[in-house]
Design a protein around this ligand. Structure first.
Ligand SMILES: [Zn+2]
Length: 363
């Protein structure tokens, strides 16, 4: 069937456009009125024999339905009607827009259903249950990720709450339990798994630890080869990335070593920030709209990784500064002396992921 998620419109008498926005819109032409009428019938309710019968009725040759099917598949406009029906029956109605969106992004017939199945079998751990962390976790669960674990300690403070994360009535309850409840209400009833954690999101409540990641925090993930993605709000700047693929892309230690080479006082400065964090009595700055935006981008990048669309923010990170969410990117390189070994892989590359069109919001 032709993907129902894409709107159809005539650009002129012979050219059809499927989809609206340029990123995913496709032009088809020349298309006759009879061919367009046949395409109208390709809604998943007819098999090839029935389409050939319809083609005959429209005065089209018997080979047209097969040719048209191949042409539409090449253009990324065709989906697997049977797989889509089965998937739609197997998921909650809440996930149907996400399935439709996956069908827009992924061209091959049936690939949206496959992506949703991959999400369902995935397990993501979110470390930090503040405004950003819990919102990310709930969003991932709502997007169909089978298992989302949130790790944090202590009790919910009023400033941990967010419209997409911990609700106001959770103040005073244990952070991990409250986050579990917040995530659980978005989980598809059929989901839940005990798979190996495939991605860790490091979303510290105080964004200073996302801005200047501590290599010691990442040690367990480096040792187990677990991909991890940093994110948070530092004062009035949202941080998304980097995504660390251990041994392949720059890690927290690479970042620290590289920055220290350029700025020898960097470790001293970071040390002062961390000490100040521990002694802090006031609340850290965190604009709720910025936290929600940062969480949304983090969740989208995490989903892209799980969906197999490549490692967004591997080797760089996105910064969004208030006011106006002014975006900028910060590039990282693997450090030659870092034990992670990413430098050898990095050196062998002819280009980085940052050259891919999906890898930056500023392009
Ligand atoms: Zn490294």
């Amino acid at each position: 069937m032709i993907k129902p998620a894409l709107r159809r419109g005539w650009r002129d008498r012979q050219t059809l456009q499927y989809g609206m926005a340029p990123a995913h819109a496709v032009l088809l032409g020349p298309v006759t009125d009879h061919t367009a009428a046949l395409m109208d019938l390709m809604d998943g309710t007819r098999n090839m024999d029935q389409l050939q019968e319809e083609a005959r009725r429209l005065g089209l040759g018997p080979h047209i339905p097969q040719q048209l099917t191949e042409r539409l598949a090449t253009a990324g406009l065709l989906d697997d009607a049977t797989a889509d029906r089965e998937a739609s029956a197997a998921i909650s109605d809440r996930l149907r827009p996400d399935l439709a969106s996956l069908s827009v992004v992924h061209h091959a017939p049936g690939s949206a259903v496959q992506r949703l199945a991959t999400r369902r079998s995935a397990r993501i751990q979110v470390r930090g249950a503040g405004r950003v962390g819990t919102t990310v976790a709930a969003t991932l669960a709502a997007a169909g990720v089978g298992q989302v674990d949130v790790i944090d300690g202590g009790d919910v403070e009023p400033w941990d709450t967010a419209p997409g994360g911990l609700p106001p009535h959770s103040v005073g309850s244990r952070r991990d339990a409250a986050a579990r409840t917040a995530v659980g209400q978005w989980r598809d009833g059929r989901n839940g798994n005990r798979a190996r954690v495939g991605l860790v999101l490091i979303t510290p409540r105080d964004g200073a630890d996302a801005y200047a990641p501590d290599p010691r925090t990442a040690e367990p993930f480096m040792e187990t080869g677990t991909p991890h993605l940093y994110g948070g709000v530092a004062e009035a700047t949202g941080i998304v990335g980097p995504l660390v693929l251990p041994g392949i892309t720059p890690c927290a230690d690479c970042l620290m070593r590289g920055r220290t080479e350029r700025e020898p006082s960097w470790p001293l400065l970071v040390g002062q920030w961390r000490t100040a964090n521990r002694r802090r009595t006031g609340t850290p700055a965190c604009d709720i709209a910025l936290a929600t935006t940062t969480a949304g981008i983090l969740a989208s990048y995490a989903l892209s990784y799980i969906d197999g669309d490549g490692g967004c923010t591997s080797g760089y990170r996105l910064r969004l500064a208030l006011p106006h969410l002014l975006p900028s990117t910060e590039q990282f390189t693997a450090h030659d002396e870092c034990p992670c070994g990413a430098a050898s892989v990095h050196a062998a590359r002819t280009g980085s992921e940052t050259a891919e069109p999906h890898a930056t919001m500023t392009g």
